[in-house]
Design a protein around this ligand. Sequence first.
Ligand code: UDP
Ligand code: MG
Length: 311
Amino acid sequence: MISIVVPCYNEEEAIPSFFKEVENIREQLTHEIEYIFVNDGSKDRTLACLRALHKQYPDRVRYLSFSRNFGKEAGLFAGLQAAKGDLITVMDADLQDPPDLLPQMVQMIETEDIDCVGTRRTTRDGEPAIRSFFARLFYKLINRIGETEMVDGARDFRLMTRQMVDSILELTEYNRFSKGIFSWVGYNTKYLSYENRERVAGETTWSFWSLLSYSIDGIINFSEVPLNIASYIGAFSCIGSVITMMVILFRTLIYGDPTSGWPSMVCIFLFVGGLQLLCLGIIGKYIGKIFMETKKRPVFIVKETEKDNDK
Ligand code: UDP
Ligand code: MG
């Protein structure tokens, strides 16, 4: 059986066309299919839509509904936990992950010695240029400073074996960054490429700033390099200041002290003060993550599932 996990946030317009497309593909597959829609605290009629789908196809449409918006990462985690299939795939509801790739992915995972078939976009057409630029920059940066390799353009859309999903579920951290987690667990992954597609309906929930903070999260979660940079900056400015102190000392001894130069002094104060705040900020980011982890809060709270609907 194949489980299809679909996180949905305000997708009432996209879900019907998504379901229709995947149902069309289903006929090409010999496998049974189960859908697990995760309603991530949508503010529109997504939940009603899912209830109706379950009524119509009770044997293959399952859903979970969160008590509020917990974010896509939480949705993925919940969906993977609920999935019962031997092969599990993760798809966006907006059809940006083309379902017509599925048969090929299934065939690859069954005939080749791999545990996961990922997908990546070769183009970023239809995306603002500035966003593509920063996305590329992010992948360069994270692959240079992080220990976990992340593939540029790789989507969350992937087909995985039961074994790999079980490993992913063993990572119960609160700060979840799926792109990192998928590659951290290892296993053999092959990538299929496809051209970027635009959303069928609705709007993306990602603004430039939310993507920026998401990528900072990704770096903090999978790399300790920023912490090292903070200590390098500290050591560097320390050594630098000792050298300049010597220079100033000898200069005063040789040429006397003409009490000039306080503007440059102020600049140095500001510079050093700024460095200290920057480093504190980096450390603070990590402490914030530790703080959230130690609370051991659940990653999501489920308010309703299809079982409640059956009663
Ligand atoms: N999503 C979610 N919770 C959120 C935001 C998004 O479950 O808080 C879902 C959304 O419904 C969609 C998928 O995550 O199925 C990808 O979202 P989106 O299309 O907005 O992102 P993009 O494709 O622009 O990266
Ligand atoms: Mg999308």
